[in-house]
Design a binder for this molecule. Structure first.
Ligand SMILES: Nc1ncnc2c1ncn2[C@@H]1O[C@H](COP(=O)(O)OP(=O)(O)O)[C@@H](O)[C@H]1O
Ligand SMILES: [Mg+2]
Length: 466
């Protein structure tokens, strides 16, 4: 199909050329539909005229006392009526007759008094196909009186007249279809094809250089659908261009921030090394401030690390492997930094048979962020519990704690980077990163419930079954 399209001649590939050809084709079809009944009508008129002429000729017979005219006059009357014989019948008795010297053998008889429209069409096409028969045509007296009038006609004359008529109709149809097609073509060209070309050209130019304001389509004043499409396209390009510019700025800013962050983290790491040594100093003032200093440095390092990992737009795509979720949850407490006094209990209710297919490292980071938040929310201790169940091919994990619930500020900007934090030392990145990682897996992170009794997050993960 595709191949055949490409093989079309170049001029036929455009919208306008196809419209031109189609319009001509459709006009020709309608002309044919008009031609069929009209050729039947033409034949009927031709034969009715013969009947009428024959009637006139027969009047000459009436004028004679014994209904007989001289042979030369008889021939002249027949020639004038363009027939080879005339028979007038009253109540089935022949009353008068004019005949050629060689009475012809009749091939077909047509009775014009009884023929329906479809029959007339079929008879007309029979004439066009055969064309050389001798016909007996029966008609009514033109004066509507009783009886019938028969004429013997050579079909060749009728055939010639019909061919003549058809040729004229054909020429006329061609002229009309050309004229109509040209007019339709021109108006479509003006109304649709040219604007479509404008839109297409603008789309191509915009794709090549979206930041170039000149590649945008001009704002249209047309009131029709094309005008609407042009205006919508203009708005879209405008919005897209602004968004792209902003994105480029943000990307540049992000690069700068991550560079600063990276260096800062190294500097802080050095500071951490140095401050660790302060622990050994016996001076009481130093002993008093050292822990706070170390805590601040830790926080600063955490901020740098989180920001860096969020800024990594090229976060590696998940590398899904099948693993038992239960085992991963068991590994967590050792890394999440549970208080050493055992005030927080870690409950793993994940059934051992639940297997997820996901990037183990990234899911570990997700659970780690949630665990850190829960630990930070429960300084007096509490319980963190994880449960999971299969939901079709997906796995639903519920991550809950019995802490004080989300503060209002956190709830308003939940999952929004940098703004979601309600803690003085928070970055507001933990939940945003966790959600982003899960969405990249085709999963999600949502807040199930939160209140004075605790907070439960829901994690949707792809299961191992397909
Ligand atoms: N389990 C939880 N219980 C109570 N508050 C929570 C919990 N998890 C998150 N929060 C609140 O949501 C905020 C946003 O968390 P997060 O995105 O990880 O940023 P950060 O931890 O850096 O503040 C936190 O500041 C905290 O106030
Ligand atoms: Mg956090």
């Amino acid at each position: 199909m595709q191949e055949r399209k490409r093989n079309l001649p170049r001029w036929l590939r455009g919208l306008s050329a196809r419209l031109l050809v189609l319009t001509m084709f459709f006009v020709m079809i309608s002309e044919v539909l008009i031609y069929v009944p009209s050729i039947a009508r033409f034949r009927l008129m031709f034969l009715e005229n013969r009947i009428a002429d024959a009637h006139l000729a027969s009047l000459a017979l009436k004028a004679t006392p014994d209904n007989v005219v001289s042979r030369p006059l008889e021939m002249e009357l027949l020639a004038n009526a363009m027939v080879r014989g005339i028979v007038l019948k009253r109540q089935e008795a022949r009353v008068m007759m004019l005949m050629d010297d060689m009475p012809p053998r009749v091939d077909t008889t047509y009775d014009l008094r009884a023929a329906g429209a479809l029959q007339l069409i079929a008879d007309a096409f029979a004439t066009l196909v055969q064309g050389d028969r001798t016909l007996r045509v029966v008609g009514r007296f033109p004066d509507q009186s009783e009886g019938s009038l028969e004429v013997i006609v050579d079909e060749t004359q009728l055939y010639a007249a019909m061919i003549d008529y058809s040729t004229n109709i054909m020429k006329l149809s061609l002229i009309i279809s050309l004229l109509t097609a040209s007019l339709v073509y021109l108006s479509l060209q003006l109304l649709m094809v040219l604007p479509m070309r404008r839109i297409t050209a603008s789309l191509v130019a915009f794709r090549k250089a979206p930041e170039n304001a000149n590649s945008m389509i001009a704002k249209s004043t047309r009131g029709d659908e094309i005008g609407k499409a042009e205006r919508e396209l203009h708005h879209m390009q405008d919005g897209l261009r602004a968004a792209l510019t902003q994105k480029a700025h943000l990307a540049a800013l992000g690069v700068a921030v991550s560079k600063i962050n990276h260096d800062l983290r190294n500097i802080l790491a050095t500071a951490q090394l140095v401050s660790d040594r302060l622990g050994d100093v016996q001076d009481p003032t130093v002993r008093q401030v050292a822990p706070r200093l170390m805590q601040s440095i830790d926080r600063a390092i955490e901020l740098c690390s989180q920001t860096l990992s969020f800024g990594r737009a090229d976060e590696a795509a998940p590398n899904p492997v099948a693993f038992a979720l239960c085992d991963l949850v068991d590994d967590l407490p050792a890394f999440a930094g549970l208080p050493s006094d055992g005030s927080i209990t870690w409950r793993n209710d994940v059934p051992a048979e639940i297997i997820v297919k996901a990037d183990r490292e990234q899911i570990f980071r997700v659970l780690m962020n949630l665990a850190r938040n829960a630990i930070q929310a429960m300084p007096q201790g509490g319980e963190i519990s994880l449960a999971a169940r299969c939901d079709g091919t997906a796995v639903v994990v519920e991550f809950g704690d019995n802490g004080p619930g989300l503060p209002d500020k956190a709830r308003q900007h939940l999952f929004e980077p940098f703004t979601g934090s309600a803690r003085a030392e928070g970055t507001g990145l933990g939940l945003a990163i966790a959600k982003e990682l899960l969405v990249a897996h085709g999963g999600d992170l949502t807040l199930l419930r939160s209140g004075p009794g605790g907070t439960v997050f829901r994690i949707d993960l792809p299961g191992d079954r397909r």
